[in-house]
Design a protein around this ligand. Structure first.
Ligand code: NAP
Length: 244
């Protein structure tokens, strides 16, 4: 991945951080974006300590203007953006009958509309370059559904539809668009689950454990690589077999 540049949303922790470190290790110059600059600086320091190149940029996925600015600043810094990893995401769980409109909107705005705007912003440059990779981080629940997460599941299922539509629109320009669907991964997002719930979840995972952020990042690195040049519109599950 020498001479490639990547923009990773939600790179301050968890799966996004792992994607940024993994892409940097593979030789890409990486822009780290999220709301917490101090946390991003820590990840950037790790990348630089390994002789990688990192650029830190503030981004709020709920604000279209913030996305445009962050991507424009990165394109100016790096010259272009070759790889977009739409990873930033939030949950705001609750049963649908009682779900507040603001909780629905927050999750859709962050996870789906934000990802769409980020893709729009990088696509012009990728089309010019006749090369690009967009990788959207969806979720197993976007494939299977999940009670208590109507907003999150709708956003993640929406990302799958977005992935397939964009893939068809931009394939002729040598740009691939794929999704990675993690199962239950050990990050801050799943740390919030009770021990009892984790035990119940683990019981239905054929591989018998939660996944790691690095295991998701490995799938992202593959889809961003030249080896995956003929794969587009695909949803790659990294879920220990919990949904097939
Ligand atoms: P996490 O540890 O909670 O991290 C979420 C990341 O998203 C943080 O870096 C956060 O950055 C960023 N983020 C949240 N809201 C943002 C906003 N408004 N603007 C910019 N950045 C924002 O979550 P994770 O487990 O690593 O999850 C990463 C992605 O994988 C998410 O899309 C999630 O839905 C998906 N996923 C996770 C699992 C799992 O089991 N963990 C399973 C399936 C899918 P700041 O707080 O610094 O802004």
């Amino acid at each position: 991945m020498q001479n490639k540049t990547a923009f990773v949303t939600g790179a301050s922790r968890g799966i996004g951080r792992a994607c940024a470190l993994t892409l940097a290790k593979a030789g890409a110059r990486v822009a780290l974006a999220s709301r917490q600059l101090d946390k991003l600086e820590e990840v950037a320091a790790e990348i630089r300590a390994g002789d990688g190149e990192a650029f830190v940029v503030e981004l709020d996925m709920r604000e279209p203007e913030s996305i445009r600015k962050a991507i424009a600043r990165t394109a100016k810094e790096f010259g272009r953006i070759d790889i977009l990893v739409n990873n930033a995401g939030v949950t705001k769980d609750g049963l649908a009958v009682r779900m507040k409109a603001e909780d629905w909107e927050l999750v859709l705005a962050t996870n789906l509309t934000g990802a769409f705007i980020a893709a729009q912003q990088v696509l012009m440059g990728m089309m010019r370059e006749r090369w690009g990779r967009i990788i959207n981080i969806t979720s197993v629940v976007g494939q299977a559904g999940n009670a208590g997460q109507a907003n999150y599941v709708a956003s993640k299922a929406g990302l799958i539809g977005l992935t397939k539509s964009l893939a068809q629109e931009v394939a002729s320009r040598n740009i691939t668009v794929n999704a990675v669907a993690p199962g239950f991964i050990d990050t801050d997002m799943t740390q919030a689950l009770t021990a009892e719930l984790k035990e119940r979840i683990t019981a239905v995972i054929p591989l018998g454990r939660l996944g790691t952020a690095d295991e998701v990042a490995g799938a992202v690195r593959f889809l961003a690589s030249d080896e995956a040049a003929y794969i587009t519109g695909h949803v790659l599950s990294v879920n220990g077999g919990m949904y097939m």
